[in-house]
Each structure stands twice: as structure tokens, then as C-alpha cells.
Ligand binder design. Structure first.
Ligand code: HEM
Length: 153
């Protein structure tokens, strides 16, 4: 036998359970958002970084002005170190084992023009790897931080 009071308590309990379920669902959803994936994961991991780096080497090879800097370079090592660096810059699970940006670019007297041109080639490499512009910008922001370490040195 249920009386009117029991019925109203039941109704309140149901409402409370519903609120609890909604609250838990919302918290779980926001938790999932907080553990947001790294830029490395969003880009598509190692495979995508290798594609970008290889495309970049290709762009350099077809640009006389920038290629002149790379004539003596061991391209295999350059590609490998660049991939490591891109991985670190995008918060991926890598360690950069190359030389510091200041060391490696010392004596090259890189001008602002050539720096910008190199960035254009890198953007073309990302475009060809179909990296969305939103992610390109995030990676470029990290790369831009290295600028002062290499200009006119
Ligand atoms: C946009 C930012 C840049 C980044 C993140 C970057 C990154 C790197 C990395 C990771 C290496 C390999 C380091 C190693 O071998 O230990 C490297 C080497 C090199 N970079 Fe850059 N670089 C940038 C801009 C430039 C520019 C603007 C130029 C010239 C116009 C340039 C010319 C070179 C050359 C010639 C090498 C090879 C040096 C050698 O033969 O040992 N880089 N760079």
C-alpha cells in the first residue's frame, strides 16, 4: 500500500537520482575534455611528423635560396633530428638528441627574410601533409620561439 506521502518521496528520490545522473555525466564529459589530447596526438603522431619533415626536405630541395644552406648537410640526420624536435614541440613522447638551435645555426648568418622563407616552406610541407590550419598555427607558434636563437648568428 502506498500513500500520498510515499508517492511524493518516491518522486523526489527519482528527481534526485536523475539530477545525480546528469551531474555525473556532465563531470565525466568535462573530465574527458580536460585530459585533452596533446598537439602530437592531434597532428597524427610520428607518422604525420615524418611526412611533414620529408615534405619539408623536398620543399627545401626545390628552393635554390634555402637549399644553398643545406648543400653540405646530412639530410638523413637533419630529418631525424627535425622529427624529434617537432615531436617535443608538440608534447609528444620523444627526446631531442640533436644540437641546440643556437649551435647548429651558428655561423649561417640567417636573415629574417630567409627565416620567413623557410617557415613558408614548412607551411607548404604541412599543407601537403593535410595538416589543418588550426594545428599548423599551434606548431608554428612553438617554432617561432626558436627564431631569436638563430637569426644573424
Ligand atoms: C624555423 C625554425 C627552424 C627549426 C625548428 C630548425 C631546426 C633544425 C634542426 C632540428 C636541425 C638539425 C640539428 C642537428 O643536426 O643536430 C637543423 C639543422 C639545420 N638547419 Fe635549421 N631550423 C630552423 C630554421 C632554419 C633556417 C631558417 C635555416 C636556413 C635558412 C636553417 C638551416 C639549417 C641547416 C643548413 C641545418 C643543417 C646543419 C648541418 O648541416 O649540420 N634552419 N635545423
Amino acid at each position: 500500500m502506498t500513500n500520498k506521502t510515499d508517492f511524493s518521496i518516491n518522486k523526489k528520490l527519482k528527481t534526485l537520482s536523475l539530477i545525480a545522473i546528469i551531474f555525473t555525466t556532465l563531470s565525466l564529459a568535462s573530465c574527458a575534455n580536460q585530459q585533452s589530447t596533446t598537439l602530437y596526438e592531434q597532428l597524427g603522431g610520428m607518422e604525420k611528423l615524418e611526412l611533414i619533415a620529408n615534405n619539408f626536405v623536398n620543399e627545401i630541395a626545390f628552393n635554390e635560396e634555402i637549399y644553398s644552406y643545406f648543400e653540405e648537410t646530412n639530410i638523413e640526420r637533419f630529418t631525424e633530428k627535425l622529427v624529434e624536435q617537432l615531436c617535443v614541440m608538440s608534447n609528444g613522447p620523444c627526446t631531442y638528441t640533436g644540437d641546440s638551435m643556437a649551435q647548429v645555426h651558428a655561423g649561417m648568418q640567417i636573415t629574417e627574410n630567409h627565416f620567413n622563407l623557410t617557415v613558408d616552406l614548412f607551411v607548404a610541407a604541412m599543407d601537403k601533409a593535410e595538416v589543418p590550419h588550426r594545428l599548423q598555427n599551434q606548431l608554428l607558434k612553438e617554432m617561432a620561439k626558436t627564431r631569436d636563437e638563430m637569426l644573424y648568428k
